[in-house]
Write a protein that binds this ligand. Structure first.
Ligand SMILES: C[S@@+](CC[C@H](N)C(=O)[O-])C[C@H]1O[C@@H](n2cnc3c(N)ncnc32)[C@H](O)[C@@H]1O
Length: 306
């Protein structure tokens, strides 16, 4: 996977940005009340951290595809919906000269972090200008990723700055037609997607990101698609390992993904939901089904002239 282009048109080194100025500007934002339908409890936070490791493995250990590196580091970085802040913290370690801000609706981030990393409770709105804005695994967070995240990022990036969205889709795929309509995890996925529509929360936007970035005005848009196998079915060792970890992550998250959506938006009781999950969990171990999700990493540059 090659990085898209060189960043010779990227941000200059002339910054007056400080955490204090971000805080001052933050006071101008109005309080928001945006509900999130998945829990942010310790079990889910542990799952999010494991998901971070699995997605990092899918990307061969790379933190980003935007063309930054040690010689050309980003300076002001925003991680929207940072969760437990794992990406922001690793970015802070790799780029000590950068100031990294992570925002989230929930204050679930650790207290001990690199000195150049700070977390704030906010939604996808923010007052400051950045030269690199990032999202990862925000499925179910936004009703309109294009206007709430991509257009806003375009407006708040400095000319030459980059947006990168690392997002997966819940749509099940297989290259050999082994997903049958009566596979319980297929029912579950269809229910998940339809309940997310009822909830007005997008979960299937990853494949459209490339087009959205272009439509909003980003240039040098680059998309890389990774396969996330579900289970130990792949023959190749690395893919098998990835598949086992992804399967485990799904198993750990099933209750969290289902309870809010299926109760509020499909009218099922918690007992009905938990009962149905028994069969769904069992089905995930079926090695005859060669299913996978797609993980899209899309980045684009705001033109110098915008
Ligand atoms: C699955 S976690 C993703 C965490 C992180 N980006 C990662 O890759 O590990 C989703 C996070 O988005 C947050 N969230 C949900 N809706 C949001 C919104 N509208 N604005 C900001 N954060 C939001 C949730 O609180 C949760 O911590």
């Amino acid at each position: 996977m090659a990085p898209p282009v060189s960043l010779d048109t990227g941000p200059s080194g002339d910054y007056e940005f400080t955490f204090e100025s971000y805080l001052d500007d933050s006071l101008r934002l109005e309080a928001v009340d945006v509900p999130y339908h998945f829990p942010n409890d310790p079990i889910e936070n542990e799952r999010i951290d494991e998901q971070y490791d699995v997605l990092g493995m899918a990307m061969d250990g790379r933190l980003h595809c935007a063309p930054f590196d040690r010689q050309n580091p980003p300076r002001k970085v925003l991680d929207i919906a940072t969760g437990t802040g794992a990406w922001a913290i690793e970015m802070g370690d790799v780029y000590p000269e950068a100031q990294i801000i992570g925002t989230d609706l929930s204050p679930i981030q650790p207290a001990f972090v690199p000195p150049n990393v700070r977390f704030f409770v906010e939604d996808s709105d923010y007052p400051a200008e950045f030269d690199y804005i990032h999202t990862r695994a925000t499925s179910g967070c936004f009703s309109d990723m294009k206007s709430q995240v991509i257009q806003r990022a375009f407006d708040h990036l400095k000319p030459g700055g980059w947006l990168e969205c690392q997002e997966f889709s819940a749509t099940l795929l297989s290259d050999d037609d082994t997903i049958s309509p009566d596979w319980p995890f297929k029912w579950w996925s269809d229910d998940f997607i339809s309940s997310s529509r009822n909830a007005n929360r997008q979960t299937e936007v990853a494949g459209d990101l490339k087009d959205y970035l272009r439509e909003v005005g980003f240039v040098d848009v680059h998309e890389t698609v990774f396969k996330l196998p579900i289970g130990a079915w792949p023959k190749e060792t690395r893919a098998k390992h990835l598949g086992m970890l992804w399967q485990r992550n799904i198993l750990e998250g099933l209750s969290a993904f289902s309870l809010g959506f299926f109760n509020r938006f499909l009218g099922r009781s918690p007992e009905q939901i938990e009962l149905s999950l028994v069969e769904v969990r069992r089905s995930l171990y079926d090695r005859k089904v060669h299913a996978y999700h797609k993980f899209f990493v899309v980045c684009g540059r705001k033109p110098e002239t915008a």
